[in-house]
Design a protein around this ligand. Structure first.
Ligand SMILES: C[S@@+](CC[C@H](N)C(=O)[O-])C[C@H]1O[C@@H](n2cnc3c(N)ncnc32)[C@H](O)[C@@H]1O
Length: 240
């Protein structure tokens, strides 16, 4: 769709979602970064609970995450909190072709709800440089990569990311707005990058998306979506 230069000029504005937490509206596609029904509520439900808590229940003591769309950094700060609370080591790699400017991220109100040290951590997650790994705490490291999933090669310090990640946070804009992110080759790439028994979680439950996941070999679970959404998807990589 839009090339990078055009998008960088795009207008963003703040929207308060139903749980009081902000989301951003991207004017060119008239799409928000989260559900209007609650940005924090949705992130906690889809990515932290159905993704990270699920892996915790399978006794994971370390989790490697690939996020498709760093955006506001909300999933990242929630994952940081999860890592700390559960003493689970998280390596977080996040892709974002269109970083949100700091003058906007510093006005987001997430840390009003998250308490503790979240404000310092949230700011740090935004301020650390791109393309390098940063150890934020004993339990959490982050590397932000300014790239689309399409362009991401997954090689880092000469290590391939094939069969590497335990959890993919697939948090792109909806297929109706950004079809290219949901294309089959991206879903195949996510599969190839995921370790055996690893999962992809997403708020999306669109029909073609589900058929594409199945065709690639993902095993699908339809779960209740973040209220009031009916459905979300967790897909597991099981090679038979
Ligand atoms: C629905 S927003 C969610 C972002 C984020 N997880 C958050 O909590 O704010 C989708 C994000 O995906 C990014 N994005 C757009 N195209 C992408 C692509 N081809 N690959 C990876 N990310 C992309 C957007 O710029 C946007 O930040």
């Amino acid at each position: 769709m839009n090339n990078k230069k055009d998008v960088k000029k795009l207008e963003l504005s703040f929207v308060e979602s139903k749980d009081g937490s902000h989301t951003l509206l991207r004017h060119d596609i008239n799409e928000t970064y989260h559900s209007h029904n609650g940005a924090i509520q949705e992130s906690l439900w889809v990515f932290i609970d159905k993704g990270l808590n699920y892996l915790k229940e399978q006794n994971y003591t370390s989790i490697k995450i690939l996020e498709v769309g760093f955006g506001t950094g909300l999933n990242a700060v929630l994952a940081y909190q999860f890592a700390k609370k559960n003493e689970i080591k998280i390596e977080y790699i996040s892709l974002e072709p269109f970083p949100v400017p700091l003058e906007i991220t510093e006005k987001l109100n997430y840390t009003d709800f998250l308490g503790g040290e979240s404000e310092a951590i949230f700011n740090q997650l935004h301020q650390v440089s791109w393309e390098e790994k940063h150890q934020i705490s004993n339990y959490f490291s982050i590397k932000k990569v300014e790239s689309t999933l399409e362009d991401y090669k997954g090689s880092f310090e000469s290590q391939s990311k094939l069969n590497y990640f335990d959890c993919i946070f697939y948090d792109a804009f909806a297929p109706s707005k950004q079809a290219e992110v949901w294309q089959l080759s991206n879903l195949q790439k996510a599969f190839d990058f995921t370790k055996e028994n690893g999962v992809l979680v997403t708020y999306c439950a669109q029909g073609q998306f589900k058929r594409d996941l199945k065709a690639i070999g993902w095993k699908l679970e339809s779960l209740d979506g973040a209220p009031p959404k009916r459905e979300m998807i967790r897909a597991t990589k099981i090679s038979s």
